[in-house]
Structure formats: structure tokens, C-alpha cells
Design a protein around this ligand. Sequence first.
Ligand SMILES: [Zn+2]
Length: 259
Amino acid sequence: MCREGKKQSPIAVEKKRALKKNFPAFIFKNYHDVYSTTLKNNGHSAEVRLKTDKELTVEGGGLPEVYVLDHLHFHWQSEHTVDGYRYPLELHLVHYRKSFGNLSHAVQHDKGVAVFSVLYDLSPDDDIEFTSLISLVDKLKESLNQEEKLENFYVHDYMPRDTAGFYRYSGSLTTPKCNEGIIWTIFTNTIPISESQARTFHSLKTDEQKELTKNYRPLQKINGRNVYLKVSPIHKSSGSSLAMSKYIMFVILGVVYIH
Ligand SMILES: [Zn+2]
């Protein structure tokens, strides 16, 4: 499938080509609680697993059913590009469809898996909420397939505060066996990360003890697939137009004050 598939991931997302679509909001359950987790370098990524009997589920957002969070893992640099830009880091939250019971069963079915992608963009400052995970990544440099405990993990710290805006398309897993029929959600809001935090991941080692300086799959052909875009209602009213109206208010108030 990795060689022959026609609906493969990742892809180059282009905002102006995406079809606007009004998906309902996501409903997250148990995502806002604190969990004990483990972090592991599995030789091709840094993987976070939650140690809990609770199910973290998501529905809505155009998903056909309830999906359960299986694990989180990172890619450096990003696998997806947006408008030609490759981000320093991309987080994948991998979910399986609840009725399929587990991930290995779900990947064999169309729409059995939903992956949420969070893009991290460079910022001059460290992301404070990321600090404990980053220091653990640094610890994992020399150890492969060894689980390190990561306490006080909040999944929502690793997701944008506004999850209403996202791209949606049908793609594949980006590692073998590259199973297709995966529902991809790429949030339009990014999370800031510093250059040194992003670079910490580059020091992890592969199975052959080489530096894992990058672990993203090359871009795949779109082959006529539709990419949908849900624009966040918050995003619409923020940004340059809001900044400009604030500036105009400031000027008006300034003029009134001087008089
Ligand atoms: Zn991934």
C-alpha cells in the first residue's frame, strides 16, 4: 500500500484550494483530566501512552462515530505542509473507532482510525507546558524502547485551545503498512515551540543507533482528493481585522484625549 496506494499521507495542504465546509464542533470527553503517562523512543518516534482505565473519546467534527484516543506521537519536522511551509514539529493523536475495539482491528477498516494533527510553529520562547516532556525526551537519547514515566500529563496542553478550525481529508497511516481510509484532521491553530525545544527530538536514536534527525514521510500525491476546511468562528473575528479596529479605536481615543 505504501507504494501502490492512491490515497496516501501526508499531503501538501493549500488553503486556497481547500473546500469550505461547516462541520459541527468536536465533543471531547476526559481530555481535560490529568493522567500518568509513559514516553518511549520506539526507534522511529517519541510515543506517549496514557496509563488509565478511562477512555478519552471524541465525537462530532464530522466523525461518523465515537473514537477513542490510543496514543500520541511526534514527527520532526512536520509531515504535512500548509501553503508550502514545513513546521518544526507535528503531533499525531491517534484514535480508533470505538466499535472496532482496538487500533490494530480498526486500521483494517475504512474510517476505522481518526488522526488529529497538531502543528507546532517556531517561537522565540519555550512553551512552558512542554518543558517536562522535552526534558524527558532529552533523557531518552540513549535508550530505545524504554518507557520513562511522565506524570501530570494534560492532553489539552498539547492541543490548540481553539479546535474549531481544521482541515479534513481522507488519507493513510504515514508508516507501514500505510493503511488507507484514515480520517485526517489538521488543526489550523498551531502551538508555539522554541527552536531548542524542537531540536531536542533530533537527538533521539534509531534502531541502528543513528541520530533520528527527521522522521517525516515525503509528501504524497493528492490524486484528486478533496481537502475540506472548517474555518473557526473565533479565528474569523480575530487576527488583522480585529487588530486594525483596535488600532483605529486607539487613534480616535488618542485624538479625543489630546483635544
Ligand atoms: Zn504519525
